[in-house]
Structures are given as C-alpha cells and as structure tokens.
Ligand binder design. Structure first.
Ligand code: DX5
Ligand code: ZN
Length: 218
C-alpha cells in the first residue's frame, strides 16, 4: 500500500481556513491532521473544538485529530462530535490509557496514541491490539517547523516489529519535521502515515508537494 499523507492544518493560513481546506480536498492528501494544543501539556496554544468543527464543515477528507492536552478523556466526545475520524491521545497525558482507547472506539472513532520522543515503544506492548494508530513524535510536540529527530527511524522499526509480533493492524504515523529527504527512510522503516505541516504549506505549490510525498516508494 502506498504511503498515506496527513498535512497538518497548523501550518495553514488561519485567516483563509476554508480556502486551505479546499486546497487539501483537491490534493492527494489522505487525512487532514488537526493539532490541538492547550498550553499545559505543551508550551503553546493552537485552537479547539469550534475551529475543528469549522474545518470539518468544509473538509472532504477525514480529520486526524492530535490532542496535545491534559485530561483528554474530558474532550473525546466533543472532538468526535466536531468531526474527528481518528483521535490520538498522548501516552504521557493518560493515567488509564486502555480506558481512554476504549472510550474513543465507543464514540465511533479510530483510537490513536501519540508518544513523545523520550517515550519507549515498549510501553505500548500490552495495549497494541487496542490501538488503531500510533503517532510517533519525531519532534517535541508544541510547534511546527522543528528539526526531525534522527532516532525516529530506529524507533519506527522497533514499533513495526512489535506490531507484527502481536499480529496487530496498528498504523504507524510520523509527526514532526517530515520532508522529502526523510520520508523514504521512514517508509522503509515501517511508517504508514506521514504528517507534514510546514514542508507542505511553506512550499510554492502545496498540492504538488503533497503529490511528491504521496509518490514515495521504499
Ligand atoms: C507538533 C505537531 C505537528 C506539527 C508538524 O507539535 O504535532 O503535527 O504541526 O509540523 P511540521 O511538519 O512543520 O513539523
Ligand atoms: Zn500533530
């Protein structure tokens, strides 16, 4: 299967959000990645439920919502109602991860877990069957446009081995600093979905850039 691309709307022009969503609709993007930051779990604030609803109103692609927030359980239903198809909570923000994953699936969404660069993939071994997507952070969450952390390749290979050893169907998503240089290596290591924010939106032709990412083969 070809790589799936999830452009991050965080890097879009917020004053022209409808236009940006329509551009993604017309592109080869598979998802729209929606970054929610609360200023507590991460040192930045992005936007929340009403803006997610507004994006959903115009989007023809599924929303992949990345919750960089504390107490995510309190907001799962609201983000599902706002149109999230995938909801990822952070491993580091959940005291009862298994319960959070069940709640996401009960609300009818796909259950994702995001892990910070310092978090070991081994911590997911006992819940991997309950995870539809692992979002491997390849930068410290909080900001777009950061430098890709090289340890990610090795981490993705080990995560792929874990998923295969458990017979799970979990997808591996990479989030942060993705570009055309690291994308082929990430795909070779086992990545299924690539998030790309600044690389797409700061390019001269975002639709062509998405197409180039989508065309990558390992
Ligand atoms: C970082 C966010 C990422 C970010 C990616 O906290 O989770 O999704 O938007 O942006 P780039 O691709 O610019 O690193
Ligand atoms: Zn993200």
């Amino acid at each position: 299967m070809s790589i799936q691309i999830a452009p991050s709307i965080l890097a879009a022009d917020f004053a022209n959000l409808q236009k940006e969503v329509e551009m993604l609709n017309a592109s080869k993007a598979d998802f729209i990645h929606v970054d929610i930051m609360d200023g507590v779990f991460v040192p930045n604030i992005s936007f929340g439920i009403p803006v997610t609803e507004a994006i959903h109103k115009h989007a023809t692609k599924p929303l992949d919502v990345h919750l960089m927030i504390v107490n995510p359980d309190n907001y799962l239903q609201a983000f599902r109602n706002a149109g999230a198809e995938i909801i990822s909570v952070h491993y580091e923000a959940c005291n009862h991860l298994h319960r959070s994953l069940q709640a996401i699936r009960n609300f009818g969404a796909k259950a994702g877990v995001a892990i910070n660069p310092h978090t070991s993939i081994n911590l997911l071994a006992d819940v991997i069957q309950d995870i539809d997507l692992v979002c491997v952070m390849s930068v410290n969450p909080g900001f777009g446009g950061q430098k890709f952390i090289e340890n990610t390749y090795d981490k993705v290979s080990r995560l792929k081995d874990l998923i295969l050893s458990k017979g799970a169907k979990t997808l591996i998503e990479i989030d942060g600093g993705v570009n055309l240089q690291n994308a082929p290596k990430l795909m070779a290591a086992g990545a299924d979905v690539l998030v790309a924010g600044s690389f797409v939106f700061s390019s001269a032709n975002p639709i062509a850039t998405i197409q180039e990412l989508k065309a990558i083969h390992n």
